[in-house]
Design a protein around this ligand. Structure first.
Ligand code: SF4
Length: 389
């Protein structure tokens, strides 16, 4: 998940392969036989449960880090819009994941959940079609995380390369890392696995270069099935996505933390102000200098995305210096504002009644929770826990 998240949610993190460790489990053969016998019924129930879905289930999520920008739209949401017609789509606002790195910074989480839901709904994610829910509203995910953590070897999570990157990001030195790298952060790949397996998702969106991202979840699913002699969890497969790199206004990748983004919910005036700051052709010093579209760092690539039909005109005007960069960017801002107009109008409509988002999330939470409960009940049975519930 891009997300899995793609930056907003951590789903686009790199996960290591754990295939080699799959057969290293030690467990009593007697216990194993008993478990296998007990689980024949569960295999049938599992296949019945899977059979109720007429479409393949796909699961993705985003961290509630604030309002979404154009990079999120082209990197994830555009694909989600396609998925919701083709698949049984589960889209999660993964607020527990936000705590893995920002556990002290909790003030904005509630508001950010609302904002992200508004963005999803505004672009056309339909709550009657897709299941939209908040991770922390599904306590079964937390219990599944706990149970999966029991079977996940320590070295699988410790080898996770993104953890090393995050340690570098979070801590200036080893001493600081000891404080900031928490048990929760170490366990985030298991939590991500629980996010996917709770809904028995068959597909998880990942970029073409990110197939390994899902291997951890797949390997935990395989290990669970192997240990208990069941075919309970499907092995989630990657759904490859094409995610064009959207440049931020400074020429770097668009990202909220870089302060170089255009948010879906920005006003037209803010959008114009931001786009006017975009880096153009650095060799074009004076207004009378001819520009070079191939050296134009931000506006030209954005024109390619938002206004491919007028590219020849922009190129001619730029290279003949009949238009200045300020005017060119003003026109581009107008194109982007027009593109986002229906999204912003929908957002305005949704915010008229403050209860709308809450009701939609409550509906999605209930729907998601029912599925997660069914999954967890099976897991409890398989792990010998159900009689105590
Ligand atoms: Fe870029 Fe437009 Fe300026 Fe040419 S005129 S360098 S395309 S902003």
């Amino acid at each position: 998940m891009r997300s899995i998240v793609n930056a907003p949610c951590g789903w686009s993190r790199s996960l290591v392969s754990h295939r080699s460790a799959l057969n290293s489990t030690c467990f009593s053969s007697t216990a194993s036989l008993a478990v296998h016998a007990n689980n024949r019924r569960l295999r049938k129930e599992s296949s019945d449960l899977t059979a109720t879905a007429t479409k393949t289930r796909i699961m993705s999520g985003m961290r509630p880090t604030g309002r979404l920008h154009l990079g999120h739209y082209f990197g994830a949401l555009l694909n989600w819009l396609e998925y919701q017609d083709k698949y049984d789509s589960y889209f999660s606002i993964v607020d527990w994941h936000a705590l893995t790195t920002k556990y002290q910074d909790v003030k904005g989480i509630g508001g950010n959940i609302r904002e992200i839901a508004l963005d999803w709904l505004s672009v056309g994610i339909e709550p009657e079609v897709s299941t939209i829910y908040v991770q922390s509203a599904i306590p079964e995910i937390a219990e599944l995380h706990l149970l999966l953590s029991m079977i996940t070897p320590q070295n699988w999570v410790e080898r996770e390369p993104t953890l090393k990157d995050m340690v570098k990001m979070l801590a200036a030195d080893e001493g600081e890392a000891k404080e900031k790298v928490t048990y929760g952060l170490l366990g985030y790949p298991v939590l991500m696995t629980a996010d996917i397996l709770a809904f028995r998702a068959g597909l998880v969106p990942v970029g073409k270069d990110q197939e390994s991202h899902l291997e951890f979840a797949r390997d935990v699913a395989k290990r669970f099935n192997y240990i208990y002699g069941v075919e309970y969890f499907p092995e989630p497969q990657p759904k490859f996505t094409s995610t064009p790199l959207l440049k931020g206004l400074d020429g770097q990748k668009m990202g909220k933390s870089y302060n170089n983004d255009v948010k879906l919910a920005d006003t037209p005036e803010d959008t114009l102000k931001k786009v006017k700051q975009a880096i153009t052709d650095r060799t074009r010093i004076a207004r009378a200098d001819p520009g070079h579209t191939d050296l134009c760092e931000v506006p030209w690539p954005l024109y390619k995305i938002f206004a491919a039909d007028i590219l020849p005109q922009v190129k001619t005007e730029c290279e003949s210096a009949t238009i200045g960069c300020v005017d060119c960017k003003t026109r581009l801002a107008g194109v982007i504002n027009e593109f986002l107009r229906p999204v912003r109008e929908k957002r305005a409509e949704l915010t008229k009644d403050p209860q709308t988002v809450e009701k939609i999330l409550a509906y999605g939470n209930a729907k998601a929770r029912k599925v997660a409960q069914e999954t967890l009940n099976g897991v409890r049975d398989i792990m010998g826990l159900s009689r105590w519930v």
